[in-house]
Write a protein that binds this ligand. Structure first.
Ligand code: GDP
Ligand code: GDP
Length: 439
């Protein structure tokens, strides 16, 4: 499971700037797609070998008349509680404020590993101006500049030190049993996740099997269906209770993200009676960014009339346009309708995510695509695409080598993506295209 870092601090100290800085490298891989919202508070970050989830607790605004505990949004408190490490951001230029004291006290009581970051410290001589922040009693003050990207790397290092993670450690890959599809069912509360899972697990065609390494109260359920082994990952908002899954009260974005990250395939469940909500679009965005394969299912299809059905389908086309590579199913978990084809799509998405693409074939396709339509010249530069190789699976990554590739437009990348998708029949998986310019 990826560790979680929460950014906490009063408004205007630079939390969202820091958030963007931390998540930027990762986001850059995902081109801009229609419908993909960026107004999120959760993101994936990768620094050196550290991969983690960052939360920007933007809504934290303690005021004089009401206490910090009542003011802090419930979600924010939950996020901080779920974080492995808290980065407390203060404004090095504005100096220490009463609000900082309040927040500092809250964090001290919480007893979580906390790192104090003095932002906007670019061009400041260390020491002098920062000494007052030691009053907070949270240990060392780390000067950073989120806007200029200074001190970020060492901040990340320091933050993860207590977790015993070091950059030199090889990132430990969970032993991958090639034959098992790790499946997560994601979705907002009440879309019908537990109903669906319990319907599935109640089917006779499902056979439980022992997966090495899983204990009796492990948080995942191994089972077999039609000769294919699956591992159902304990999903956000759900907990296993004996033989059945139950919705837990608190929906947790962090747990959703962790479940998505540990899966090979994510079944994103929507609720036909509610349409596509912001939260649905956000979860869908996380799935795209994680690179996991995805299958969409609109549940409660039994409970909506023809008009609503058309509405929902139109919303999916517009708001979830960035997942148009995924199969869509209209189901009723309660009435057990339409469930069989979902399994076929899950297997198909998994197969696509694990596709092996040879360098000669990729290169041939690339050159054919270029011949069909060459990339636009950008000023003095005309990108020259030379060859391609596969850089990863789940999601498949295609690395293109050549010259001046930084001038290749998103539109052209999408054109290439379309060609590769068609050729390899990549239904249900994101596909990443990376450009490597030869110097
Ligand atoms: P938040 O409310 O804590 O999320 O703060 P924002 O990220 O929105 O930043 C508040 C203001 O501080 C914006 O005008 C930023 O441009 C500015 N800011 C953020 N980081 C830095 C920094 O490193 N140096 C300077 N000088 N300004 C910064
Ligand atoms: P979860 O929070 O995502 O696990 O959602 P639940 O499985 O607890 O379902 C929430 C509510 O939706 C319950 O009242 C279910 O009975 C209902 N529900 C689930 N699936 C369906 C369905 O296919 N059709 C209808 N009409 N209701 C459903």
């Amino acid at each position: 499971m990826k560790p979680v870092m929460a950014l906490v601090g009063r408004p205007n100290v630079g939390k969202s700037t820091l958030f963007n800085r931390l998540t930027k490298s990762r986001d850059a891989i995902v081109a801009d797609f229609a419908g993909l919202t960026r107004d999120r508070h959760y993101g994936n970050a990768k620094h050196g070998k550290h991969e983690f989830i960052v939360i920007d607790t933007g809504g934290f605004e303690p005021t004089a008349e009401s206490g910090i505990y009542s003011e802090m949004a419930k979600q924010t408190r939950q996020a901080v509680a779920e974080a492995d490490v808290v980065v407390f951001v203060v404004d090095a230029r504005a100096g220490l404020s009463a609000q900082d004291h309040d927040i500092g006290e809250y964090l001290r009581k919480l007893g979580k590993p906390t790192v104090l970051a003095a932002n906007k410290a670019e061009g400041m001589t260390e020491g002098v101006q920062l000494t007052e922040f030691y009053e907070l009693g949270l240990g060392d003050v780390h000067p950073v500049s989120a806007a200029h990207g200074q001190g970020i790397r060492s901040l990340v290092e320091v933050a993860f030190e207590p977790l015993g993670l070091h950059e030199d450690d090889d990132v430990e890959e969970a032993p991958q049993d090639e034959g098992v599809i790790k499946l997560a069912v994601a979705g907002r509360p009440n879309v019908g996740k537990s109903t669906l899972i319990n319907t599935w697990l109640g089917e006779e065609r499902l056979v439980a099997f022992d997966l090495p390494g899983t204990t009796r109260d492990a948080i995942s359920v191994p089972f077999e269906r039609g000769g294919q082994k699956y591992e159902l990952i304990d999903t956000a908002g759900l907990r296993r209770k004996g033989r059945v899954f139950e919705a837990i009260e608190k929906f947790s974005v962090v747990k959703t993200l962790q479940a998505i990250e540990s899966a090979n395939v994510v079944l994103l469940l929507l609720d036909a009676t509610q349409g596509v909500t912001d939260q649905d679009a956000h979860i869908a965005g996380y799935i795209l960014e994680s690179g996991r394969a995805v299958v969409l299912a609109v549940n409660k299809w039994d409970a909506v009339d023809a008009y609503q059905r058309e509405q929902v389908q139109r919303q999916i086309e517009t708001r979830l346009a960035f997942l148009k590579f995924a199969s869509l199913h209209l189901i009723s978990a309660k009435k057990r309708q339409g469930l069989g084809p979902v399994w076929q799509s899950i297997a198909q998405a998994h197969k696509a995510a694990m596709t092996k693409m040879s360098t000669p074939v990729l290169t041939r396709l690339l050159l054919e695509a270029v011949q069909f339509q060459s990339p636009k010249r950008a000023g003095m530069f005309r990108p020259k695409l030379r060859y391609a190789h596969q850089g990863g699976m789940n999601p498949p990554v295609i690395v293109i080598h050549g010259n001046s590739l930084e001038h290749v437009t998103d539109a052209y990348k999408r054109f290439l993506e379309g060609r590769f998708r068609k050729e390899f029949n990549l239904i249900g998986t994101p596909l990443r295209i990376e450009m490597k310019t030869t110097k």
